[in-house]
Design a protein around this ligand. Sequence first.
Ligand SMILES: [Zn+2]
Length: 219
Amino acid sequence: MDDSKHNLNIKPRNMTEIDFTACPECDLLLNPAAPDVGDKAHCPRCGYLLQRPRKQSVERTFALSIAGLILMFPANLMPLVGIKILGNTKDGTLWSGVVALFEEHLWGVAVLVFLSSIVFPLLNIILSLLISAHLYFNKPNRYLASWMRWLQHMDEWAMLEVYMLGIIVACVKLASTSELKFGFGLYAFVALLIIAGMLATSLDKVLFWRQIGQLRKEK
Ligand SMILES: [Zn+2]
């Protein structure tokens, strides 16, 4: 354990002069290296993948968040599925699902579905767009760091894929008793799901934080 002994020798004064980060796996204090695109930085003690800079992270995030924002409208407002029972057709949108839950007095579930399938994904995309646009155009903003922090918390709450699973289960169950028609909203929703997944992988947090820091210094 000679490296931990070495870490204890670092005086607090030095900690502020050089930025140290702890390995998320084993807490080894490291002076963060900045590997080139295509390279990987591993923790020397436990081998945890610390960094793998992604190509054109800012540009990709910027483009994907615009696409996601556009898709948000049809995915939320257009019919996901149309159900035909005894001659009556009823279209279901994401929003009407939330309203139906409210009408059934399932307040908790309604709020959870509303937040995790509409509010958080929307906020996630808006924050990604705001941050990547500022970085792309090199525009400093004093809220950049706060936006980035919110975005990192939002990750845990946007659960589009859980909602997708619910739609699939409902469709399978209803398919035997009624006629189902898939609406444009569903295709938009699937596309949004793919975009959200791509957005999560394109956004390089380390690189974003570094650029935010640079912008702050330039100001
Ligand atoms: Zn480690």
